[in-house]
Design a protein around this ligand. Sequence first.
Ligand code: ADP
Ligand code: MG
Length: 327
Amino acid sequence: MMVSEDQLIERVCRRFHSSKGYVRIGIGDDAAVLRPGTGTEWVVTTDAFLENVHFRRNAHPPKSAGYKALARAASDLAAMGARSRCFFLTLGLPKACTGAWLDGFLDGMARAARQFGLTLAGGDTTNYPVVVTSLTLIGEVNRGKAILRAGARPGDLLFVSGRLGEAELGLRLIQRKLHKQKRWSDHLRKHFYPEPRLGLGQWLASHRYATSMIDTSDGLSTDLRHICQASGVGAVVWAPKIPVVRIPSELRRLGLDPLDLALNGGEDYELLFTVPKKLANYLPHNLGGVPITAIGEIARGRRAFLIDANGKSKPLTPKGWDPFRPR
Ligand code: ADP
Ligand code: MG
């Protein structure tokens, strides 16, 4: 079957709702025209999602690839405390992916767009030997209200949303080729369909609780280091307090350590943030169904330490995801 670029663009666009408001001119002209609010700033992020680097066509259902591509990028808006507005999709596709695979991919992405409140405002479509996507997302914050990585102060408490290591457990199941077995599907959900914490991020920005924030895309050990470096501080993390992944007893034989997955596993897309101690008492333990847990404290110095249940302290070295480091 022959497909043309115009037909593909038409198929992409049909899947997404156009909405007036922020996007004055969307798909169909040479470029989009946006209409930002007054008294606000743009928050712009771009994210690559590549076959054989970020997903595999034989392991990831097309729906998951489409959903996850957008969810990953939306998590960066969440980490700034931004309200999501619109996005641009650059899509390179092999011919073999222009049929059913693309339908599934667009299904997943359209679901994510609805869920995250993002309007597709433009993009580019081309042919490429493997699936490559690049997503650019635009969000908005009230002027000066974006939550940065810099801003943590000694004495601030360190909080994390959700549960850490769950996405990494899913990845390990895929690596051991267990993902085709239905019985493990619950443990694959966080890897296939992560939930960017947009509501929590916006809530923290509007209530001015957080002094710094990042999303956990690379793993707690690595992402905490980013906060420490940007803020010029150190930190202690209380290992027993970390909400770690629950590994079902049938999977014990894999020899996975929940704490290791929580510290060094990537792609949870939770929020890691700091709150001054005197405000921390007013922070709910749960926001819109998302648990929030205090796991440590910001300290002087530049180094991060992990304290175990016996009170013993050791350096917390960043061992999370790095695309340029072999694993
Ligand atoms: P040009 O040749 O001027 O770049 P295109 O034919 O690439 O124009 O695009 C025509 C319109 O379709 C533009 O508005 C563009 O933003 C939109 N578009 C193309 N590909 C995509 C895509 N993958 N997702 C969303 N919009 C797209
Ligand atoms: Mg183009």
